[in-house]
Design a protein around this ligand. Structure first.
Ligand code: C2E
Ligand code: MG
Ligand code: MG
Ligand code: MG
Length: 290
């Protein structure tokens, strides 16, 4: 092209890169403010025990209501928190809030309930992570066996590194689940030596089940693998009764999804817990009769 003249295509590419970069820095600043100004909060999604029809656990999911941009998905802002280092104070906020609210909730519903909290890489691999967990437990007085931590397959890849951390967590008495299981590239052989308690089948596999006579080999495989390794198995993203039927037949332990309840605020969960559990119980009883 002509000397001294940058083609349009390259110019617009550069300016869009610059734009993306500015937006990211902006969002990073906003996220910093969000922590200071209490714009973050948690919602909870009940997990149903398919065998008993009871709700004994729930997953905590973070929410951000941005003052100008409105709702921003955690899938979008967690990577920014990761890159900026904000994930450390941010992760602590989520852990503390989840434990505190769970302790409060169980006073209202009058039975113990377990909470699962998602962790991100930077959080799990911070130097004093085990100490932070101990502090949060002490501060909030949550019984350790009522706290589950969700990690992803990719975080377990370096087994030499992760195994002592997981053992430390186990000593404290909490449990660990592998989230979005089946989407990573983990080999099966490492799994049997990892001190974990639960596999969560990724929503993308569950959502392929469209009727109960369908076959969804990946779902079947993960369930039977969990059974062999004596791990609990949770299926996430259940939206239809057919998916529930299928998972019941395959002897999945727990399910989580819009069919039972969307993630909701703690106030709503306190108020509606009995109603949601009643609906779940009736669904399970109805299903077992057919
Ligand atoms: P995840 O941990 O796999 O959480 C499940 C996601 O599936 C949640 O999305 C939940 O709202 C959604 N979901 C549950 N049931 C259904 C269903 O029946 N249908 C559909 N279509 N979706 C369903 P959400 O809340 O947008 O979170 C997205 C991801 O962001 C989470 O995936 C998790 O990886 C991450 N995340 C959320 N909260 C936190 C957090 O506090 N800390 C960290 N590190 N990550 C978080
Ligand atoms: Mg999760
Ligand atoms: Mg998941
Ligand atoms: Mg996830």
């Amino acid at each position: 092209y002509e000397a001294g003249k940058v083609p349009e295509r390259i110019l617009s590419y550069e300016s869009s890169m610059l734009n993306a970069r500015t937006k990211r820095v902006e969002l990073e600043n906003d996220l910093y403010k969000a922590l200071e100004e209490d714009q973050l909060f948690l919602q909870y999604q009940p997990q149903l025990n398919i065998q008993t029809g009871e709700i004994n656990s729930m997953e905590a999911l973070v929410r951000w209501n941005h003052p100008i941009k409105g709702w921003i998905s955690p899938a979008d802002f967690i990577p920014i928190a990761e890159e900026s280092g904000l994930i450390i104070p941010f992760g602590r906020y989520v852990l503390e809030t989840a434990c505190k609210q769970t302790v409060e909730l169980q006073k209202v519903i009058n039975k113990p309930i377990k909470v699962a909290v998602n962790l991100s890489v930077g959080q799990l691999f911070q130097e004093n992570f085990i100490d932070i967990i101990k502090e949060v437990i002490q501060e909030t007085k949550i019984p350790p066996h009522q706290l589950e931590l969700e990690i992803t397959e990719s975080m377990t890849m370096n087994t030499n590194y992760i195994t002592p951390i997981l053992k430390g967590l186990k000593e404290i008495g909490l449990t660990v689940a592998i989230d979005d299981f089946g989407t990573g590239y983990s080999s099966l052989s490492y799994l049997k030596d990892l001190p974990i308690d639960c596999l969560k089948i990724d929503r993308s596999f569950v959502q392929k089940i469209s009727n109960k006579d369908d076959q969804e080999p990946l779902v079947d495989m993960i369930i039977s693998m969990a059974q062999h390794l004596k791990l609990d198995v949770v299926a996430e993203g259940i939206e239809t009764i057919e998916q529930l039927h299928y998972l019941n037949e395959k002897k999945c332990d727990f399910i989580q999804g819009y069919y039972i309840s969307k993630p909701i605020n703690i106030e709503d969960l306190s108020e509606r817990f009995n109603e949601i559990e009643q609906f779940a119980l009736e669904t399970i009883q109805g299903m077992k009769m057919t």
